[in-house]
Design a protein around this ligand. Structure first.
Ligand code: NAP
Length: 284
C-alpha cells in the first residue's frame, strides 16, 4: 500500500494510486457508473466495479481501454451481508481500497403521492440510501485501515431542490446527510467524503425516460442556464478531481454538476428571459 500513512493527512491518494490501491465504483454497469470507471482507469487507478447488472459489467470488461486494471463484482448493494462479504474478500486478496463511489441507484417515475407503491418506495430506499450506507460502512472501514481515502456519493439535484420524485428525492437528501455526517467523523482518519449532485445527465436510463415522454427535454434545456443537459464525462471529471490530491482539503460538500439548472430553473416565473438561445450549447 506504499507510504500512505506517512503522507500529509488528506493528501495520500497519489501515493496510494501508484502503489496499486483501488477504487470501488458501485452502479458501474450503468450509464454514469461506466463513465466513472473509464475515467478513473484513465487516471491510472485500479477499479473494482460493482453492479447487479451483469451485462453492463461484461460490456465494460470487453473494452480494450480498461485493460487489466478492472475487476468486476456482481453484488446487490442493498444486501448488507453480501457487501460485508465482498469487502472481506477484497481485503483478504490484499487489495488496498483507497476510494468508493456510490453510484448504484434506481431512478423513479413521477407518480402522484396517493398512488405510490409502498414496496417500490422501500426498494428505492434500500438501493439508493442503504446501499450507499452499507458500502460506506464496509469499504470506508478498509480505507480507515489503509490510512485514508476518498468517498463520493452520487446524489442528484434532488438533494438540493425538492422535485416530485417522492422516494428518489428523499433518498438523495439522506445521502447528502450521510456525506456530511461521515465527512465529520472520518476526517481525522484522512477519509474525505463528498457528494456530486448531477443534473439531468444524458445516460441510456435518462434517454429512455426522454423517449417515453417521462422527461421533457426541451423544457429541461430551456430551464437550464447553459441550455443543455449534462454529459456523463462532465460528472466523471468532477469525481476524478475528488479522487485526487487536487481536492485534498475538500470534504463534506456537495458539488452540483447541472449545467446551471439549480440556478435558473425557477426563472420561468419571470417571463421570457430564458427563451433565447435554447438550441445553442454554450460553454462546451
Ligand atoms: P443507470 O444506468 O440505471 O445506473 C444505475 C446502475 O445501478 C445500474 O447498472 C443498475 O443496475 C445498478 N443497480 C441498481 N440496483 C442495484 C443494486 N441493488 N446493487 C447494485 N447495483 C444496482 O442510471 P444512471 O443514469 O447512470 O444513474 C447513476 C446514478 O446517478 C444513480 O445513483 C442516479 O440516481 C444518479 N443520477 C443520475 C442522473 C441522470 O440524469 N441520469 C441525474 C442525477 C443523479 P440495473 O440496470 O440492473 O438496474
Amino acid at each position: 500500500m506504499g507510504n500512505a500513512k506517512d503522507d500529509k493527512p488528506g493528501k495520500m491518494l497519489t501515493s496510494m494510486r501508484e502503489a496499486g490501491s483501488a477504487i470501488v465504483v458501485t452502479g458501474a454497469g450503468g450509464g454514469i457508473g461506466s463513465g466513472l470507471v473509464r475515467r478513473l482507469i484513465g487516471d491510472g487507478w485500479r477499479v473494482l466495479a460493482v453492479d447487479l447488472n451483469r451485462d453492463g459489467l461484461a460490456k465494460l470488461q470487453s473494452e480494450r481501454s480498461v485493460g487489466a486494471r478492472l475487476d468486476v463484482f456482481t453484488l446487490d448493494v442493498s444486501r448488507p451481508g453480501d457487501v460485508e462479504r465482498t469487502a472481506r474478500q477484497i481485503d483478504d486478496q490484499g487489495i488496498a481500497v483507497a476510494g468508493l463511489v456510490n453510484a448504484a441507484g434506481i431512478l423513479q417515475d413521477v407518480v402522484p403521492f396517493m398512488s405510490l407503491d409502498i414496496e417500490r418506495q422501500r426498494q428505492i430506499w434500500d438501493v439508493n440510501y442503504f446501499g450507499a450506507f452499507y458500502c460506506t460502512k464496509w469499504f470506508g472501514n478498509l480505507m480507515i485501515k489503509n490510512g485514508g481515502g476518498s468517498i463520493v456519493n452520487i446524489t442528484s439535484i434532488n438533494e438540493l431542490r425538492v422535485l416530485p420524485l417522492h422516494a428518489y428525492g428523499p433518498t438523495k437528501v439522506a445521502m447528502g446527510s450521510l456525506t456530511t455526517l461521515t465527512a465529520g467523523e472520518f476526517g481525522a482518519k484522512s477519509v474525505r467524503v463528498n457528494s456530486v449532485a448531477p443534473g439531468f445527465t444524458l445516460t441510456p436510463a435518462m434517454q429512455e425516460k426522454i423517449d417515453s415522454g417521462k422527461r421533457d427535454v426541451s423544457a429541461l434545456k430551456r430551464a437550464t442556464a447553459m441550455r443543455r443537459l449534462v454529459e456523463i464525462d462532465e460528472v466523471a471529471s468532477v469525481v476524478s478531481f475528488l479522487m485526487s490530491d487536487e481536492s485534498s482539503a475538500v470534504t463534506g460538500v456537495s458539488i452540483p454538476v447541472d449545467a446551471g439548472w439549480l440556478t435558473t430553473s425557477h426563472w420561468m416565473n419571470f417571463g421570457d428571459l430564458l427563451a433565447t438561445g435554447s438550441e445553442e450549447k454554450p460553454g462546451s
